[in-house]
Design a protein around this ligand. Structure first.
Ligand code: F6P
Length: 319
């Protein structure tokens, strides 16, 4: 394996740069020519590819986003776009690829692997929505960002005696809501995986108010429904003023925490080593604190299970 290409694709996640740095430096350490593909699969289609050196990944371990830029490529899923990407891989003599991203990125990686291209994937998404791995790079940084926001909103909530609905990201996965809700001491957590009862949520707000609690934080994962309608219902049923904050994209950026930097570094190194061992069509991940790798097909077929135990803990502790 003389030349390896690397790309970041899908939503950016804090820790992606740490993983990218590890990929590039592990390759160079092993005398491999490393090439950076810009803007995800779009860069592979357009040949937007440059050599990467030790210094092109200097000073990035602590930066959010991705210095390679990213995209959700519509063209790559077309036959023409895919064939152009295969041609560029040939033109640039790329012997293998490392792709950093989530579910969509890995579906693309699987198509490349099926076409005979050696490819390894590294899980990077704040959503933590990949079934095969306990952890995805970026998740815990995003959770910390949300927990910090909950703390700030709680100050205002207590000062005004209001209820606050906070919408967090996660598409169809309630993990950001669950983890940040538990860590932030939220009164209620609403996730797509579990049906919610607005009357129970309102009863909890009223019970809290009756024992002089002045803040009421309700975390809602996007994908559940309109947070403004939920807030309106809470306000109507409790007679307590209820405000909405949609945290949106501020959850995706920011400096990665220590865990995301360390796991990014370990998984980045591991991905390149797998290619050098002649492996392909595999994803790296974390199970019980160990880095492991798994066949892409198998990983993509797995269905994620929601942590009902943690959800139950959060419910009990927010009585
Ligand atoms: O990165 C994951 C995620 O943040 C989802 O939670 C969200 O639905 C989606 O990305 C939105 O991202 P974009 O607008 O960039 O497609």
């Amino acid at each position: 394996m003389k030349t390896i290409g690397v790309l970041t694709s899908g939503g950016d996640a804090p820790g992606m740069n740490a993983a990218l740095r590890a990929v590039v430096r592990t390759g160079i350490y092993n005398d491999v020519r490393m090439m950076g593909i810009k803007c995800g699969y779009d860069g592979l289609i357009n040949g937007d590819i440059d050599d990467m050196t030790l210094s092109s990944v200097a000073d990035i371990i602590h930066r959010g986003g991705t210095v390679l830029k990213t995209a959700r490529s519509d063209e790559f899923v077309t036959k023409d776009g895919f064939n152009r990407a295969l041609n560029i891989i040939d033109v640039f003599n790329l012997d293998g690829l490392v792709v950093l991203g989530g579910d969509g990125t890995f579906k693309g990686a699987k198509s490349l692997a099926d076409a005979g291209i050696p490819v390894i994937g590294i899980p990077c998404t704040i959503d933590n929505d990949l079934a095969y791995t306990d952890y995805t790079i970026g998740f815990f940084t995003a959770v910390e960002t949300v927990v910090e926001a909950i703390g700030k909103i709680r100050d205002t909530s207590s000062s005004h005696g209001r209820a606050n609905v906070i919408e967090v990201m996660g598409r169809n996965c309630g993990d950001i809501a669950l983890y940040s809700g538990l860590a932030g001491g939220a009164e209620s957590i609403i996730v797509p995986e579990i049906e919610y009862d607005i009357d129970q949520i309102c009863e909890k707000v009223i019970r809290g108010r009756n024992r002089n609690k002045l803040h009421h934080i309700i975390i809602v994962a996007e994908g559940v429904g309109n947070p403004y309608s939920i807030a309106q219902e809470v306000e109507e049923k409790t007679n307590i003023e209820t405000k909405v904050t949609v945290l949106g994209y501020l959850q995706r950026g920011g400096t990665p925490n220590t865990l995301d930097r360390i796991m990014g570094s370990e998984m980045g190194k591991s991905a390149v080593e797998l290619l050098l061992e002649g492996k392909s069509a595999r994803l790296v991940g974390v199970k019980c604190n160990d880095i492991f790798d798994i066949d892409i097909d198998e990983a993509l077929k797995m269905r994620r299970t929601f942590d009902k135990g943690m959800y139950n803990t959060a419910n009990i502790l927010s009585l």
